[in-house]
Ligand binder design. Sequence first.
Ligand SMILES: [Fe+2]
Ligand SMILES: [Fe+2]
Length: 285
Amino acid sequence: MKVAADPDPSLVSQPDMEPEAARDKDSFRNYTSGPLLDRVFATYKLMHTWQTVDFVRRKHAQFGGFSYKRMTVMEAVDMLDGLVDESDPDVDFPNSFHAFQTAEGIRKAHPDKDWFHLVGLLHDLGKVLALAGEPQWAVVGDTFPVGCRPQASVVFRDCTFQDNPDLQDPLYSTELGMYQPHCGLENVLMSWGHDEYMYRMMKFNKFALPPEAFYIIRFHSFYPWHKFGDYRQLCNEQDLAMLPWVQEFNKFDLYTKSSSLPDVAALRPYYQALVDKYCPGALRW
Ligand SMILES: [Fe+2]
Ligand SMILES: [Fe+2]
């Protein structure tokens, strides 16, 4: 029997779909049945137990200096190929295909927005955290704000948070928690994972991308917000203005997964040119 490491719940819960099947959006993100449910549940149980205000602050301090590694964007794309083989036995093609498929889907629909194409390539590169020894529950999966009560659409909301100490805290366990109404998501502490890490890495390395690119990457796993409409009490005008971008991106993140793999070697020069334009050279991770 093949022993797998923790799966990436954002992949196993969003299985590859043929384009026809992909139109049935209810068939995605099935958390009530399926052969991988136990493993997905176990990952979320750990995440919802250990992701606390204190934990997230410690991770910001630990990774905020970006002293883990120096490498180019393309080296990070290649590096992730090693990760998915170990973490998800049901995805039998390298993670870089997902990066290129997402990017190519965006490129077809938005040919004039080269920065958006690059977002497709970049969006999951924060998963290099898993190769820095971080557990899967602190890298992948849906994100949610810490420091306030989890809302109804957080996956496994009712059966995974009972051991999280923040839910015993008189402030953190309220609907607004430690936040002011409509404080803006930029002022909210999100559960720690590949979204927030990559956002901070892009800021640190001064990626020359528009604000939409930073925003999409920072919140692309925040399904309770961009898919289910929760946490509106924390949003400001900027968040509502950015929401359509996150939702537009999500179409390609989810529905471009397919077993017809792109010719990565042929695509590479186009994306290398985008990297050279927006985020060149050896970067700090
Ligand atoms: Fe992601
Ligand atoms: Fe993705």
